[in-house]
Design a binder for this molecule. Structure first.
Ligand code: NAD
Length: 353
């Protein structure tokens, strides 16, 4: 069987290949084909010949692409990431496609990156780095705030939100959280509150909920106006959680004191590729990069050796489950044999179909 990997980078090849050799070769005859480009309506025909495909966060798995995949003989979709907002699960179910993700690879990797962004933005180490290289040791403009004792609001206390809470608790921060479901693991570090209270009391707000119909633009003009004057907003979850125009207005009015983004609403055509020789046609992103108190990274919070190894391992285990017709613990849509196809809810996030 053939597995077609889309949006494949050298590091994907390295980690997927090393797992494949140790875990799967003996049992199955699998050929892996790597495509550097993303999966889209334009590229979907390249999946022909593959029974399974492996995709990442910005690959398009909308209904039309899924239909085309199915027509080309693809039967399994392996997400090498946790988020699955880019997959039309309802269409996948209708087409009897197996879909699985890797929900729990190193949540600490993402949480630690959120903290790295907070520390960078708060203490201006990115600016200090550039200044010192130019022989400028002036501290003017580098003033930060001590994190100890500050209130940190966490929206979404799943695996990553709790890992983040654990670290911020170590800094001596007061932790508040908002979630649709309460997690006892979070209660060791802080208290649950409603969203408005979290927004009005937090010095730092960090987003760790998935992108769903209800969380899209959860940060908008109204919610930003409820935030504490000068507070910092951090998003390492999904770009669509934030309405970009609204944060630009809040930064201009100085109501928002700082913004750290690892993800961006319009990241699809840009992130993971070098556009340094091109004109970037996204005025909102370009406006964001002009603020001294905005830090934008290119969706790299997951990017540690440990996480890549766990992602590759989980992806190949999902593939093995599909090939052997086993129930897959990471299955989002999977065939249950006689029971027919069903959606599996594998975490506390309801999957609406
Ligand atoms: P998780 O499923 O363990 O936790 C998500 C939490 O969000 C759950 O507790 C859920 O109840 C809560 N939630 C759902 N809807 C909500 C709502 N409307 N309001 C408040 N809370 C809500 O997921 P996780 O592993 O912690 O990952 C969180 C997100 O992080 C993923 O969905 C993904 O988008 C993102 N992520 C980003 C990167 C990166 O590299 N930047 C890497 C991995 C994951």
């Amino acid at each position: 069987m053939q597995l077609a990997v889309f949006s494949a980078k050298p590091y994907d090849k390295k980690f997927l290949t090393s797992i494949r050799l140790t875990e799967l070769d003996e049992a199955s005859d699998i050929e892996i084909v790597y495509h550097e480009f993303a999966l889209s309506l334009e590229t979907v025909s390249l999946a022909k010949g593959a029974s399974a495909i492996c995709v990442f966060v910005n690959d398009d798995l909308g209904a039309e692409v899924l239909e085309s995949l199915h027509a080309n003989g693809v039967r399994a979709i392996l997400l090498r990431c946790a988020g699955y907002n880019n997959v039309d699960l309802q269409a996948a179910q209708r087409l009897s496609l197996f879909v699985a993700n890797v929900p729990s690879y190193s949540p600490e990797a993402v949480a630690e990156f959120a903290v790295a962004q907070i520390q960078t933005l708060n203490r201006n180490t990115h600016r200090a780095y550039n200044r010192v290289r130019e022989g400028n040791f002036n501290l003017q403009g580098l003033l930060g705030r001590t994190l100890h004792g500050k209130a940190v609001g966490i929206i979404g206390t799943g695996r990553i939100g709790v890992a983040f809470a654990r670290i911020m608790n170590g800094f001596g921060c007061r932790l508040l959280a908002f979630d649709l479901y309460q997690n006892d693991d979070f209660k060791k570090y802080g208290t649950y509150t409603d969203l408005d209270t979290l927004l009005s009391e937090s010095d730092i707000v960090s987003l760790h909920c998935p992108l769903t119909d209800t969380t899209r633009h959860i940060i908008n003009d109204e919610t930003l106006s409820k935030m504490k004057m000068g507070a910092m907003l951090v998003n390492t979850s999904r770009g669509g959680l934030i309405k970009t125009k609204a944060v630009i207005a809040a930064l201009k009015s100085k109501h928002l004191g700082g913004l750290a983004l690892d993800v961006y609403d319009g990241e699809g055509p840009l992130f993971y590729n070098d556009h340094s020789g091109h004109i970037i046609d996204d005025d909102e992103l370009m406006r964001l990069t002009t603020f001294h108190n905005v830090l934008v990274c290119g969706h790299q919070a997951f990017f540690t050796e440990e996480a890549l190894s766990e992602i590759a391992d989980g992806t190949i285990r999902n593939l093995a489950d599909f090939l052997h017709g086993r129930k897959c613990e990471n299955g989002l849509v999977q065939d249950h044999g006689k029971e027919g196809l069903s959606l599996v809810r594998k975490d506390s996030v309801p999957i609406r179909i």
